[in-house]
Design a protein around this ligand. Sequence first.
Ligand code: ATP
Ligand code: LTN
Length: 345
Amino acid sequence: MSVSPTPAARPRILSGIQPTSDTIHLGNYLGAVRQWAALQDEFEPFFFIANMHAITVEHDPKALRERSLRSVAQLLAAGVDPEKSAIFMQSHLPEHAQLAWVLQCLTGFGEARRMTQFKDKSAKLGEGNVGVGLFTYPMLMAADILLYRPAYVPVGEDQRQHLELTRDLAQRFNHRFKKTFRLPEPYIPQATAKIMDLQEPTAKMSKSASSPSGLIDVLDEPRATAKKIMSAVTDSGAEVVFDEEKKPGVSNLLTIYSALSGRSIPELEEQYAGRGYGDFKKDLAEVVVEFVTPFRDRTFALLEDRDHLDQVLARGAEKAGAVARATLRDVYDRVGFVPPVPVAQ
Ligand code: ATP
Ligand code: LTN
């Protein structure tokens, strides 16, 4: 007799997104958020808004609050279902900062210095202009993950190094104290692991891109989005062929086209054989507009109902909190912290 697995028997997954922009971009959507929705049935999912990570660089409090809610609305619009997934706000659970402290005490200074995200950002802003929070960012991320003992962490390629540090810290803790953490595996879908900038197709599409014309913001006016596709950088050739080395612009557009239409890259190459870039871009612009238009409408409708968003977060924090508290209790015990007791009556 076959028995369908109970929710608890499904392997757990966890991921987070920073509320550092008014809108997610196509890289965030295809590289991360869309996978989250797709994995919900097969796994036991925990997804959160990394608002504590968002203050590691200078920020505006009002914008952070607004963007945090927008992030929740966008997850829901992307199909992340609060009935299946715990959706929560990082700052609602103090256990994240509490475990981060313990992990910081286990991290070597040189080890933290080698993180490329820290190196890149501090090189860009100047070491005197970055806070210690940016330096300890990866240990907070490790805490986010290890608290939930997930089997997999679905992220884009840029997060691989942080995942490696997370595994190292888990192993170190397990070895030094007692086996407490599960070693999580990154879950990086190869086809959409790195969506590139439309104007600079050798750099990843990013909020901090040098020019906004290379970035498809999902909540932008659909017409503006279509225009960006039409003016995407290609090359001096005329063939719609996937070749990341020689034709990075066209290859990126093919990746986006294939991901949004569900059609394979060879199929698209065949369809556009001998037709040039103009037709190809026009059709892709249509495919992208067909995706962003209802996505925007759903997001803006969800943002009208603040109570619903608050309730989603409250339920998410309840589900996540039970797991996080149990892990932190084990950690505190294993590092030798004396447990608190209530005042005797
Ligand atoms: P950005 O580089 O745009 O500032 P980010 O990596 O700093 O984004 P988040 O917004 O938290 O921060 O990213 C959410 C998720 O989107 C992460 O899993 C990240 O790996 C993924 N992601 C970001 N950019 C891309 C991209 N160009 N292609 C694929 N995945 C991406
Ligand atoms: N650093 C990630 C956001 C993030 C995250 C996490 C992702 C914070 N904590 C835990 C996965 C698991 C980013 O910038 N994309």
